[in-house]
Design a protein around this ligand. Sequence first.
Ligand SMILES: NC(=O)c1ccc[n+]([C@@H]2O[C@H](COP(=O)([O-])OP(=O)(O)OC[C@H]3O[C@@H](n4cnc5c(N)ncnc54)[C@H](O)[C@@H]3O)[C@@H](O)[C@H]2O)c1
Length: 399
Amino acid sequence: MKVFIAGVDGYLGWALAQHLVKRGHTVAGNDIFLRREWVEEVESTSATPVYSIDERLAAFREVHGVDLIFREVDLLDYPALREFLAEFQPDAIVHLAEMPSAPYSMIDQKHAAFTQTNNVIGSLNVLWAMREVCPDAHLVKLGTMGEYGTPNVDIPEGFFEIEYRGRKDVLPFPRQANSFYHLTKVHDTNNTMFACKTWGLRSTDIMQGVVFGTRIDAMGDDPRLFTRLDFDQCFGTAVNRFCCQAVVGHPLTLFGSGHMRRGFLPLRDSIQCLTITIENPPQKGEYRVFNQFEETYTIEELAQKVKEAGAAVGLDVEIGYYENPRTEKHEHYYNPDRQHLIDLGYVPTHDVVAEMKIMLQDLLPHRDRIMEKREILVPDIWWDRERHRAQQISPETTK
Ligand SMILES: NC(=O)c1ccc[n+]([C@@H]2O[C@H](COP(=O)([O-])OP(=O)(O)OC[C@H]3O[C@@H](n4cnc5c(N)ncnc54)[C@H](O)[C@@H]3O)[C@@H](O)[C@H]2O)c1
């Protein structure tokens, strides 16, 4: 198949491109290196070195024996995006090119407005370009499990049957996002669902859990082919951040009680699921939702697992409890479905401690790079600091 990856220079995109060419697909992609700039802006760096795009593309050709067709195109540059898609004529478009951090979107007005413009208009442009130049392509759109929030009932995959005042319908499950970033994904969901209904486009909207991991098999041992791994408060997701903290002997920065439960999955599972989705497209006009995670864990359970993995590689890992800068429930019900991908053949990794050991071993040689940025390991971007302090929001009062 011909697969277009929007955001191919990013954490998931760079890994996915390599996995897909190994399976015989032709891959093209765009990026404008915003992720590199954002991480610099928050005064951090990737724990694993990230090579220039020219070095990456050369290594891709040398090791995989094919070219990754790449163009530096902004999703907000509609004519350039449209032209690239018109020329490439993809069977599938995997849309990863969004600003992916909740804390970054909560810094101030400028960052919230940037996030919403980049993500919502970028995604809208993808829909319009598909309609105009490749209406039969399958859009694999990356959303997040964070779209649903933490409702006190089970979470289905996108839709649920409801009876209200004696009448029944199948409706979109309510979205209760908890940051301006997560809200962009909700807006994308509505726009994508509407485009499928109105124009007959086809799409799979992936509600993905939090991803962790340094590698997938397709990367081999060439460091130019490794993906990035961030550990700052904005772009370092929970387990990635914990593993980096573990290798430099910093306490793991658990927020609040650590009882918040979320869906998580290793990078290799994310790539496996995206590949299954691409290779099993929906019907024309169909909009479907897949929840994508290996398992749900509390943040505290994950910290304990990192501690266990650390002990296995000779690290004495300490767990620290920090004031939670986010406004969120600490004690809550959480039970999402994830059956659609299993039905299509997804085999979850399950042994996440083994995955964490691989991560720690990959990160240990880069201990100095993380050590240099040690001062950014404790979070200080608040959802609403004044209100939080005034109300003395504690794990008990946020139940
Ligand atoms: N990594 C996770 O844990 C996770 C979890 C759930 C959902 N997601 C979603 O998956 C997608 C990919 O995540 P990631 O971790 O690879 O993020 P990433 O930031 O590493 O990758 C996104 C890439 O898109 C590029 N990009 C952003 N805006 C662009 C634009 N306007 N034009 C061109 N390129 C642009 C960035 O430069 C970056 O390289 C995101 O949409 C994210 O919200 C990620």
